[in-house]
Design a protein around this ligand. Sequence first.
Ligand code: 4G1
Length: 232
Amino acid sequence: MNFNVITLFPEALMDMLSFGVIGRAIKDKHIKLRCFNPRDWSDNKHRRVDDRPFGGGAGMLMMYDPLYRTLMAIKQQDADTRVIYLSPQGQPLKQADCNQMAATMGSITLLCGRYEGVDQRFIDAHVDLELSLGDYVISGGELAAAVLIDAVSRQIPGVLGDESSAQDDSFMSGKLGYPQYTRSELLGQSGVPEVLLSGDHQKIAAWRAAQALAKTKQQRPDLMAGTSEGES
Ligand code: 4G1
C-alpha cells in the first residue's frame, strides 16, 4: 500500500508514524509513506502557497496552482492513486471505510488542509473522497491523515502479527470494548471481577460480551442502531 501525503509539514507527519506498529510496517515495506510539500511547487520567490479568499473573510486559503502541480508530480509516478481530502466538510470516517480502502486501494493520496482550507476548485476537480475525523476545530489535516494511515494500515495483511490480527478489536464487532485487567503488585487481585479468575472461558466470553453491550448502550447508543439489540 502506497500513501502519498500533500502537506506543508512533512516532518510532523513522518514523525507521527515512525514508531510502533506503523513504524515497523514502513521498515518492513508493507506500506510506503511519502510526503509532498506544495511549497516545492510554488512559483513564488517566497514559496507562498496561501492567498486571501475572494469575497473576504478571516484567514487564508491554500491556493490551487501549487496543489495542482504537486498532484501532477504524484500522478506522474503513481497514476492510479485515489485522492482523499481530510476536512471538517467530509463524511465521518468509519472502520468500514478503512477496511474497504485497505482491500481495494493500492495507493492513496491524502491532502492535508492548513489555514482555512483549500480553494474549492481543487476539491471539485481532483478530490475523489472527502472524509472527516469529527466535529471540532483543529489546526491542520496532518493529525487526521496520521489517524487514517494508521487505521487503514492495520487492516493490511502482514502489518499486525498473526496473534493481534486474529484478536477481535473494539469496533470490528461494531461494539465498544469490554473492561480489562492485569497483574498489579500494588492492588493484588482486588477489584478484578471474579469471573475472570475462574478459568471458565465460556463464562468469561459471555461476561465480556455482556459488558461490551452494556457499555455501548450507555456511551454510544448510536452504534446500536441497526443491530438486533437496537430495539431492546
Ligand atoms: C469549521 C476537523 C472548520 C477538522 C468547522 C476534523 C472545523 C480534517 C479535519 C473546522 C479538520 C469545523 C477533521 C476546522 C481540519 C483546514 C485546516 C481545515 C484545518 C481545518 C467543525 C480547520 N478531519 N480542519 N478547520 O477545523 O482539517 O479531517
